[in-house]
Structure formats: C-alpha cells, structure tokens
Design a binder for this molecule. Structure first.
Ligand SMILES: [Zn+2]
Length: 214
C-alpha cells in the first residue's frame, strides 16, 4: 500500500536528496498509531526529458503488521511521468485546448502514452468530478454547477477543490496536479480504482456515488 504525501519539493531537489530526503511521518491509516521508517526502494520518474531514480521510503506499523510506501505527490501510481506533465496534457485535451498529439508534443512524451492518460481520465471523469466537487464544498469552497461534459466537469471540480484547499496551510505550494495526486492517493488515473479516496491532511473523504455516466 502507498501513502502519497503533499511534497512541495522540485523533482530535482528530491532526486538530489537521495536516501536523505526529508519526509513527514504520517500516522497509521488503519489504527492512527505511530509508524516507523522501514527501509525503502528506488524507482524511476521522468521529468524534463530525464529519467532519474528517486528514493521512496517505507514506513511500518508494528501492531497492524503493515508497511506503506511514502510516495511524493509528483508521482502517480504506476506512471513514469510526473503529475504535472500528466496533468498538463489532461488539462489541455479535456479542457478543450486541442488534441492529444500537440499536447503530447508540447509535453515531450509519446503520443500513445498521452492518449492513454487522456482515455483513463475520460473513463473516470464522472466519478472524479463528483468526488472533487464534494471535496471543494467540504473545504468551504464554491459549489460548482457541473458542465455537461464529464471531462470538463472533472477539471473544473479539481480546480475548485484545489482553490479551496489552497487556503489551508501547505497546499498552495504543492500545486494543482500534485494536490490531485495527493488526495487521490496517486490513483487519479489508475486502472482498477473503483472509488476515489480523497485525503487532505489527516482528513479522509469518501465521496458520494457518481451521478454522471463515466
Ligand atoms: Zn496501524
């Protein structure tokens, strides 16, 4: 299992820190007890045309006998590219700013990779829209009137939730797409995710069942 933390560090700074990267230690998601650092592993990320390795620390809960990877929010589960790059492509295409091919070219990623992101986002857009719209309201933000088109609804809702979260300590510096990654547990565009599980700080949100078709 993975816990995504709202890392504000530039990717380069995170890479340069290696094993010494400073990561806040969360409470156990199951029992709220203390977690202890427990080794970790290395994985690649792709950012700005390079593919460095980052260290992902693990934490362990003794009583629950479970360990969790602590992923920085610029990482999405099972994706090589950083959240900002994925988000930029999704934002352009789902926001009606052009096709996948030019967005992929601007981001410097293969067309087929970008097309995969956009398809996954489109498939989940209805539930993401409902979840992030509920989160925005819960955080004291504006209630949004859903645009008819699901992708645009999801983008608007993510923006509204981030706008509301940005008034809480720490979130503004994290940025829109890292925020979206962090509160979705890195599963913003993951396959086989049935319900988005939204987390802001120590708060958890189980959003309502989506009303829009996916
Ligand atoms: Zn525990």
């Amino acid at each position: 299992m993975a816990i995504v933390w709202p890392c504000p560090l530039p990717v380069d700074a995170y890479v340069a820190a290696g094993r010494k990267v400073e990561v806040p230690r969360p409470a156990c998601p199951s029992c709220a007890g203390p977690l202890v650092f427990w080794s970790g592993y290395w994985r690649h990320v792709r950012a700005a045309g390079r593919c460095p390795k980052i260290f992902v620390p693990r934490v362990r809960c003794g009583p629950c006998r479970v360990s969790h990877a602590l992923l920085p929010a610029f990482v999405l589960a099972w994706r090589l590219d950083v959240a900002e790059v994925v988000g930029a492509v999704i934002g352009q295409v789902a926001g009606g700013g052009g096709g996948v091919r030019p967005a992929a070219a601007r981001a410097g990623v293969p067309h087929t990779t970008a097309r995969g992101w956009v398809r996954r986002f489109g498939a989940r857009a209805g539930e993401l829209g409902v979840a992030f719209a509920a989160l925005a309201v819960d955080l004291g933000g504006e209630a949004i009137c859903p645009p008819a088109e699901a992708g645009r609804f999801a983008l608007t809702a993510i923006g509204a939730a981030f706008g509301a979260a940005a008034s809480l300590p720490g979130w503004l510096a994290v940025g829109l797409w890292r925020f979206a990654s962090a509160v979705s547990g890195g599963r913003l565009i993951a396959a086989n995710t049935t319900s988005p599980f939204l987390i802001v700080g120590s708060r958890r949100f189980m959003p309502p069942v989506p009303l829009l078709p996916a």
